[in-house]
Design a protein. Structure first.
Length: 116
């Protein structure tokens, strides 16, 4: 899936859903309390230099994007606050970096994990 960022007589500039998913993954990795993303029984831990899009779904039309993000959160934190932080940070960064309107960010807490 591609999202058109600009169009002119000379051509257009587009961004793929995978590129947006990388932005989402890197942004979520920086949010306090997020351990990783999760999809279908697998856990992807965030690591320096690693870019994972596991557990991130991108949809929408040419002018707006909807994001679903499945995360694993550290035990002992207020889950509603962690989810709200993820939602606001992801929406801000995607809009800032792409210029697209973020229609929705759905944060699904798949698992709570005890820190090591």
């Amino acid at each position: 899936m591609e999202f058109v960022l600009t169009k002119s007589d000379l051509g257009s500039v587009a961004i793929t859903g995978d590129a947006i998913a990388q932005i989402v993954g890197l942004t979520a990795a920086e949010c306090y309390g997020v351990v990783g993303t999760k999809r279908a029984g697998t856990l992807a831990r965030f690591r320096l230099g690693g870019r994972t899009t596991r557990g991130i779904e991108i949809s929408g039309d040419e002018s707006s994007v909807s994001i679903a993000l499945h995360v694993v959160v550290e035990h002992g934190l207020n889950l509603a606050e962690v989810a709200a932080t993820i939602r606001s940070q992801v929406a801000y960064e995607v809009e800032r970096l792409t210029g697209l309107t973020v229609a929705a960010v759905e944060v699904v807490i798949q698992r709570v994990r005890q820190s090591a």
